[in-house]
Design a protein around this ligand. Structure first.
Ligand code: NDP
Length: 274
């Protein structure tokens, strides 16, 4: 591509989406989908207006309005989805399929990056219930993208560092434990921690590389491949305090996840439950 690609970010006010918008603004003409449903969500609106100030064009549409979504997508060369998977499962899958349908109909998109940014779902076929749901749904979406012949790139970002490192891989908190730490299994399974801004930067850099077309990009900084024990040891060295270790089995972890899908897929890789 000789000219700069016009990038449309869907889910641009989300956790990873806002970073992708910022990375895109630094490199390409950027459009951000402004969902009509945000209504009185002042925080989202202010963020969207700040994107506009930084040079983004806000494109109004609703994921549920097919014609409007097709018109929005038609304005872009590249579509990046950073939509959530973690609210109402089947509803979210339906939304992601609606976006794929609109991209197919618009017919002009040179590259689509679907909302993955985690473990490669293709390599997670061994994952157990309930944590496997995200992977199953992401594979379902991949099939739809490939059947529709939409040029794509999948980004495998492994574990977001700010979600997994400060809490030493504990569930339901982002802060480091003070006295006791729960260790998954024996704590020796390796995981890959990637800074969220790096995820966004490499996502944007991938769009104009022909080699990344219809491929998966694995973000795997060598120095960030650590076991949970490594992460804990680093914190103990920094804080000068040794934590009591409580070892939890796969079944105990799975039991604690029941009904809390937000955590399921995130922690499964660290436990290597398969
Ligand atoms: P968020 O929960 O922050 O939501 C992202 C966006 O999704 C929202 O800002 C919103 O877009 C859109 N959205 C949410 N609900 C709806 C709805 N009902 N209808 C329409 N749009 C909706 O998502 P994350 O950033 O946490 O997740 C994005 C991706 O990153 C996912 O694929 C997830 O699996 C992955 N991820 C990976 C992690 C890792 O450690 N590797 C950790 C966390 C997420 P809008 O801006 O338009 O309002």
């Amino acid at each position: 591509m000789d000219e700069k690609s016009r990038v449309l970010v869907v889910g641009g006010t989300g956790y990873i989406g806002r970073r992708i918008v910022r990375a895109s603004l630094a490199q390409d003409p950027t459009l951000v989908l402004m969902r009509l449903e945000i209504g009185l969500d002042v925080d989202k609106l202010q963020m969207l207006l700040s994107f506009k100030k930084q040079g983004a064009r806000l494109v109004e549409a609703s994921i549920d309005d097919h014609a409007g979504l097709v018109a929005a997508v038609a304005q872009a060369d590249v579509v990046i989805s950073a939509m959530s998977w973690s609210h109402i499962r089947s509803h979210n899958l339906l939304l992601q399929h609606k976006l794929v349908k609109a991209i197919k109909e618009a017919g002009n998109v040179k590259r689509f990056i679907p909302s993955e940014f985690g473990m490669d779902p293709y390599r997670m076929r061994h994952a157990l219930e309930p944590g496997n749901i995200t992977f199953v749904e992401k594979m379902d979406l991949r099939r739809a993208i490939e059947e529709a012949n939409i040029p794509h790139t999948y980004i495998s970002a492994n574990c977001f560092a700010a979600i997994f490192c400060p809490n030493l891989c504990q569930m339901r908190t982002l802060l480091p434990p003070k006295e006791k730490v729960h260790v998954c299994g024996d704590g020796n399974v390796k995981a890959i921690f990637v800074d969220e801004d790096d995820v966004a930067t490499y996502t944007i850099r991938s769009i104009d590389y022909p080699r990344t077309l219809n491929k998966t990009i694995y973000l795997r900084p060598q120095e960030n491949i650590l076991t949970q024990n490594d992460v804990i040891a680093k914190w103990e060295k920094l804080s000068g305090k040794v934590l009591e270790k409580i070892y939890i089995t796969a079944n105990e972890l799975l039991g604690s996840m029941k009904g809390n899908y937000k955590y399921c897929s995130m922690y499964e890789d660290i436990m290597c439950l398969g």
